[in-house]
Design a protein around this ligand. Structure first.
Ligand code: ATP
Ligand code: MG
Length: 339
């Protein structure tokens, strides 16, 4: 393995900490499907070891791990073209994770805004794993020498941390071993916001079900959630500038653009002057049109968990073929004896 030539490679993951949301779909999965058809090798992962940084019921975790895989498959991830697996079946992630824990600095971890958001006032009571999780995420990426990581805006800081860790490792050991990974944050819906509070992002682990659209929501639920979504008295403006300072309005327009493969400019042009009573039902209809075939397929796949497990096992095997030599070389660089 040459240390300084990096084959372009894509890695990304979603944690089974709840059901998939429209945010996960537009910010991540939909874009992964697009990248799968490009020139780069693609690896997509249900990152179960990240999910357990907060308490997970064991049976729910297993089901959730399969559900994330089903969501990726139903959205168009091809398990032959891409390598699709769950993180815990590739133990090299945690092995490299420990080494990177010893490279990452406390000061860097202390700056991670997502930890602050998730820990809130409870920082003394959350797990050590929640604090350390960005360095395991760096290991997820660097284990495959991934050069590109398609994520939502919320993960930008963690990919930047990955670069800092890679640079420090390379520098400490005088090698050019880990690549400087690029976050790929593109499209109109890189930060889908909470439907009840446009200043917070939509999350699968958020408190209220009304704040998010789940990929498995039925048509009536989707319509109801958009209908109740918070907005302001103004409707759709004449131009996108009119969305400034209106997070809830901007969010609904961005979601529409993401689902329609369009742009906020085009959406505003089409609906200029319309009230929410016109726009929200149109948005709900579009969301159902795009999500219903995916959720139907997810349910079909979830009826055969053994088949999902077979696909994940095969993916893990392929992932390990890439991971093993990278981890062995890392051990050698660090001076860990392999006899
Ligand atoms: P949790 O609340 O448990 O953190 P989550 O919904 O934030 O769940 P993650 O598993 O943390 O989901 O993230 C998976 C991927 O989805 C990441 O690439 C992340 O950037 C993206 N993502 C998550 N939420 C959004 C969102 N609201 N808008 C766009 N992308 C998102
Ligand atoms: Mg998250």
């Amino acid at each position: 393995m040459s240390d300084s030539t990096f084959t372009p490679r894509v890695f990304s993951g979603i944690k089974p900490s709840g059901g998939l949301t429209l945010g996960n779909y537009l910010g991540a999965i939909k874009r992964w499907v697009d990248m799968q058809d490009g020139a780069m090798e693609t690896l997509y992962c249900s990152v179960d070891l990240h999910a357990i940084t907060v308490w997970q019921d064991p049976a729910t975790l297993k089901k959730g791990t399969r559900e994330i895989a089903a969501g990726m498959l139903a959205s168009g991830i091809d398990p032959e073209t891409s390598i699709l697996f769950n993180q815990s079946q590739v133990p090299e992630h945690t092995q490299l994770g420990w080494i990177l824990n010893c490279v990452a600095r406390m000061g860097w971890m202390n700056r991670m805004t997502q930890f602050k958001d998730k820990a809130g006032k409870n920082a003394e009571k959350v797990s050590l794993g929640l604090y350390a999780y960005p360095s395991l995420m760096a290991a997820d990426i660097l284990l495959y020498h991934a050069t590109h990581v398609p994520v939502g805006e919320d993960q930008k800081q963690h990919v930047e941390l990955t670069r800092d860790i890679a640079a420090k490792f390379n520098n400490d050991f005088g090698v050019d071993f880990f690549p400087m990974t690029e976050p790929v944050i593109e499209g109109p819906a890189t930060r889908v916001m909470n439907l009840r509070d446009g200043t917070k992002k939509m999350s699968k682990s958020g408190e209220s079900d009304m704040e998010r659209i789940n990929m498995l929501d039925d048509a009536d639920t989707i319509a109801k959630k958009f209908k109740k979504a918070r907005t302001d008295p103004e409707g759709i403006p004449e131009s996108v500038e009119g969305l400034e300072g209106r997070p809830e309005a901007a969010n609904l327009v961005n979601i529409y653009a993401g689902l329609a493969n369009s742009s906020p400019q085009a959406v505003v042009a089409e609906y200029a002057g319309a009230g929410w009573g016109t726009f929200k039902p149109a948005l709900a209809e579009l969301a159902v049109e795009k999500l219903a075939p995916i959720s139907d397929e997810m349910k079909r796949l979830m009826d055969d968990p053994a088949e999902i497990d077979r696909k994940l096992a095969r993916g893990a095997q392929r992932a390990r073929e890439i991971a093993t030599p990278v981890l062995e070389r890392t051990y050698d660089i660090v001076g860990l004896l392999r006899s």
